[in-house]
Design a protein around this ligand. Structure first.
Ligand code: ZN
Length: 360
């Protein structure tokens, strides 16, 4: 392993998850969270000399540290129940996709009942119609969680930096909901594993173009794990739309341990890097023993899923800022959908972190 690299945890089991497209505004579209993403990232990292290791398998009970066991059980069983109900034949939908949602204001003051129909159950835990479940979705999501948990274990054993090449991504998955192409929250699982491994304080920095509403949800009431994020302003019309605003600062004991830095569509490197510096200062003030970075590169110029227009050099400079914190660091892959640039963006960011000495 050269001094300019660090270990990558990756598994081919990500290929088990083929979302088969999305349903957006009622229309089936091809979607951008595709199998090729996981393979392109691996190929670029291998070519750049990063050593690639397999994840260890973990008991699903690890998932219950950050997720409602009932949601995990739903994810495990949803596809088989969907097929058993005959939806692939009639009406002809071979992926689990909801059509009704139990909005809080519509079911208030009533004991929650899991609906009998699998078509209705599909709306209980997901926020949207763009996060479909296929035959291998749960297995792939478990393997992505394994990558993040393995990276955390390597950090607990003394690794200075590890990259978990997670697919499907995770930061839109909360304690009892999933959505935005995410099923299990890989970054939150890594952060919790660091806590459970004996680290008293942990910080998360989320560089994905979109707010990590799932990660924020999981840690919103806690002072031990700082969640901080730079993302396109949901108030300007961007996913996840309902949360991710600057006035969301945490609750109860978690007050002050949640930092959202929304930036304007089209902002480019300048304002984005200023926000990254603000996140870095907040991390330093939190005095964590380790850092988990939700590394989405969908903020890059040309990405089909965001309007931020960040340059490859912007990502390198963000990595240098994080390297300057001199913390054991786990990078967890989130978004990034420009297949021509995805591999280069990830390699460029991780290499800049290593070159700046962040992994030692
Ligand atoms: Zn994103």
């Amino acid at each position: 392993m050269s001094s300019q690299t660090f270990p990558v945890v990756w598994t081919e089991r990500h290929r088990l998850h083929d979302p088969g497209g999305e349903v957006w505004v009622g229309v089936p579209i091809p979607g951008t969270e595709v199998i090729a993403r996981g393979d392109l990232i691996r190929a670029a990292l291998a070519k750049a000399g990063f050593p690639i290791v397999d994840p260890a398998a973990h008991d699903p009970s690890h998932l219950h540290r950050v997720h409602d066991p009932a949601m995990v059980d739903y994810l495990r069983t949803a596809y088989n129940n969907w097929v058993a109900a005959g939806y692939p034949e009639d009406p002809g939908q071979d992926r689990v996709v909801p059509y009704v949602f139990p909005l809080p204001q519509a079911v208030v003051d009533r004991p929650f009942r899991l609906p009998a129909a699998p078509s209705a159950r599909a709306g209980v835990y997901t926020t949207d119609t763009t996060t479909l479940i296929g035959p291998g979705t749960y297995a792939a999501a478990l393997s992505a969680a394994d990558c993040a948990l393995t990276a955390a274990e390597m950090a607990l054993r003394g690794a200075g930096a590890v990259y978990a090449a997670c697919r499907p991504p995770g930061h839109h998955a909360g304690r009892a909901f999933f959505g935005g192409s995410c099923y299990l929250n890989n970054a939150a699982l890594a952060a919790q594993a660091l806590r459970d491994g004996g680290m008293d304080r942990v910080a998360l920095v989320d560089l994905d173009a979109h707010h990590g509403n799932g990660t924020q949800d999981i840690f919103y009431d806690r002072a031990d794990v700082l969640y901080s994020s730079v993302h396109v302003d949901p108030g300007a019309g961007w996913f996840p739309h309902f949360v991710g605003f600057a006035d969301e600062a945490g609750r109860g004991p978690g007050e002050g341990a949640n930092l959202n830095c929304p930036v304007a569509p089209g902002c480019g490197d300048g304002p984005w890097l200023e926000a990254v510096a603000t996140l870095g200062a907040a991390v330093a003030a939190h005095r964590p023993e380790a850092l988990v970075v939700s590394l989405g590169v969908d903020g890059a110029a040309g990405d089909p899923e965001s309007p931020l227009g960040i340059s490859p050099d912007g990502f390198r400079r963000a990595a240098e800022t994080l390297a300057g914190l001199y913390l054991p660091t786990i990078f967890v892959q989130e978004g990034g959908y420009d297949l021509d640039r995805l591999g280069g963006l990830v390699v460029g960011t991780l290499s800049a972190f290593a070159s700046a000495g962040g992994h030692r």
